[in-house]
Ligand binder design. Structure first.
Ligand code: ATP
Ligand code: MG
Length: 559
């Protein structure tokens, strides 16, 4: 990971940093930060920014801060702070002793504001929010100057102090920067710096009743922390002139802002506001519902930090917006778990099979490979007996072409065990549903071998009924039915009603001690993870992380 200095840049941001290192712009320092607002849980888009900022710091032997941009008391909560800390750490990044809060700088920001007032660069405005909006003008019409714009420095200082002291009602006044009401950039038309808000802040309590606006605060936070490269998403490109103006007028340290395209994913909503709506309206069970694109949701779903980092590395960073196929994210977790996840046998929709010629009460153990991708993971013993469960889908009374699994009169291989032939089908008299199969096994085929060389195409998984552990298995599908739910105004109307199916299946006995968070490949079915919230010693609950079908690999082949 450490290619300190000016290795060939892999993207335009690293190219800028290389150049700055060459010219000595920041004295050879590289100092980035990840600045979340604690108003929701982190999502996969944030992971992109985290990997970028912490990754750059690591690559150049620099530093990366974790900073909470907590300037809005109304929407922010301690719960979010804690979840963000946990998620960044889980992703594998370390801010050492540099955990900061924008709110720690409130006093400094206030002093900076006073400095601008004294320089005649900021004024207190009494216009209402509506009036401010009307005065601002539009992209084609210039704005108009507020009648309060020409207040004296003394009057502004007095009013601003009294704003802080709590003399005025919420929304009755704002402090604005005095820039240019006719600027083609709307952000430069005397933007608000402070608003009055008598609200409790999660860290500063009721110490403040004026709060800095994001645009005023953000650049100052970066400046105060000595950030060299302030990496942010494209929508802040138009705000950069304003950040530059603030820092220049104050004459303080000035980081370089660099914008990159935010991550968009197919079938996924990425806005925190909308994700909160999904939680609040009960469409999901919480921010960490395994269907959520949040880091905590992905973790609970079974994603590894390595797979998410690998995903972020592959998508890279660019200057223009695009949408990534969610199949790529799924490909990354398959690739990782393929190497690491122990294989086990589990049956999602059990169909009882009785092996008529196998001695009643007898049990034997067959040898199973833990991971064909990794011989070091060794072998395990799996109990085999007269009554088994197989997958309902692995039997067809009327097998179509190319169905090579079990059918009346057909022979199939039981993975690691024996070849069996279906001799009878038992149905529910009322519904006609197949409820049990009778089979015979060939004792000469132990381990699934055929000493006489006969060909058997199908191999199916199974679990010994007497040894099986019952398991609740949650099968997830995409949360939305359309590729771009973010473009649908009423995005709740495109929720997938079948995004969660819960089945009661069974798994092999080796999973008796499976700990929450453990990940497995259920042979032929996919990757599954023991649910970290609902699973306990008396109740096994699995989440399906992904199926084995890798649609991305297919797409890649076509490219
Ligand atoms: P959202 O728009 O989802 O509500 P946000 O941008 O308001 O997110 P912040 O807490 O301000 O959320 O984000 C923290 C950092 O993460 C910012 O630097 C932001 O640029 C970055 N970020 C947020 N969403 C994405 C995304 N989809 N792709 C890449 N970076 C993102
Ligand atoms: Mg934001």
């Amino acid at each position: 990971m450490t290619t300190h200095g000016t290795a060939a840049p892999t993207d335009f941001i690293r190219a800028i940093i290389n150049e700055d290192l060459k010219t000595g712009k920041y004295g050879g320092r590289v100092h980035t930060r990840f600045p979340p607002e604690p108003n929701g849980y982190l999502h996969i888009g944030h992971a992109k920014s985290i990997c970028l900022n912490f990754g750059i710091a690591a690559q150049y032997g620099g530093l990366c801060n974790l900073r909470f941009d907590d300037t809005n008391p109304v929407k922010e909560e301690e719960e979010y702070v804690e979840s963000i800390i946990e998620d960044v750490r889980w992703l594998g990044f370390d801010w050492q002793d540099r955990l900061f809060y924008g709110s720690d700088y409130f006093e400094q920001m206030y002093e900076y504001a006073v400095q601008l007032i004294k320089a005649g660069k900021a004024y207190v405005d009494d216009l209402s929010a509506d009036e401010v909006r009307q005065y601002r003008g539009t992209l084609i019409d210039p704005g108009r100057e507020s009648p309060h714009r020409s207040r004296s420095v003394e009057e502004n200082l007095d009013l601003f102090e009294r704003m802080r002291a709590g003399e005025f009602a919420d929304g009755s006044r704002v402090l604005r920067a005095k820039i240019d009401m006719s600027s083609p950039n709307l952000n430069m038309r005397d933007p608000a710096m402070y608003r009055i808000l008598h609200a409790e802040h999660h860290r500063t309590g009721d110490r403040w009743c004026i709060y800095p606006m994001y645009d005023w605060a953000h650049g100052l936070e970066d400046s105060i922390e000595g950030i060299t490269h302030s990496i942010c998403t494209l929508e802040f490109e138009d705000h950069r002139p304003l950040y530059d103006w603030f820092l220049e007028e104050l004459g303080v340290y000035h980081p370089q802002q660099i914008e990159f395209a935010r991550l968009n994913l197919t079938y996924t909503i990425m806005s925190k506001r909308r994700l909160l709506q999904l939680v609040e309206r009960g469409h999901v069970t919480g921010w960490d519902d395994p269907r959520m694109p949040t880091v905590s949701g992905l973790r609970r779903r079974g994603y590894t930090p390595e797979s998410i980092r690998s995903f972020c590395e592959r998508i890279g960073v660019a200057k223009t917006d695009s949408t990534i196929d969610v199949a790529l994210l799924e490909h990354c977790i398959r690739e990782d778990l393929n190497k690491r996840a122990p294989r086990v046998m589990g049956v999602l929709r059990p169909l009882r099979v009785v092996i008529d010629n196998y001695p009643e009460g007898q049990t034997e153990e067959v040898d199973a490979v833990n991971n064909p991708e990794d011989p070091d993971m060794g072998m395990r013993k799996v109990p085999f007996s007269r009554v088994l469960y197989i997958e309902q889908d692995d039997f067809r009374e009327d097998p179509p072409d190319k169905f090579f699994r079990l059918a009346p009169g057909r022979e199939v291989r039981l993975r690691y065990a024996y070849l069996i032939t279906c001799v009878d089908v038992v149905k529910d008299e009322r519904t006609g549903e197949v409820v049990e199969l009778h089979c015979t096994y060939d004792p000469e085929t132990r381990g699934g071998t055929t000493p006489d060389g006969r060909k058997v195409k199908g191999t199916i998984h199974w679990v010994s009924a007497a040894h099986a552990l019952e398991a609740e298995v949650r099968l997830y599908d995409r949360l939305f039915t359309v590729e771009d739910p973010g473009d649908v105004a009423d995005f709740e109307s495109v929720l997938n009603p079948n995004s969660l199916e819960t089945v009661t299946g069974c798994v092999e006995s080796s999973l008796a001690g499976a700990a929450p968070g453990n990940r497995y490949q259920f042979e032929r079915l996919g990757y599954f993870c023991v649910d970290s919230k609902d699973s306990s010693s008396g109740r096994l609950v699995f989440n399906r992380t992904v199926t084995l079908r890798d649609t991305w690999a297919k797409i890649e082949k076509k490219l």
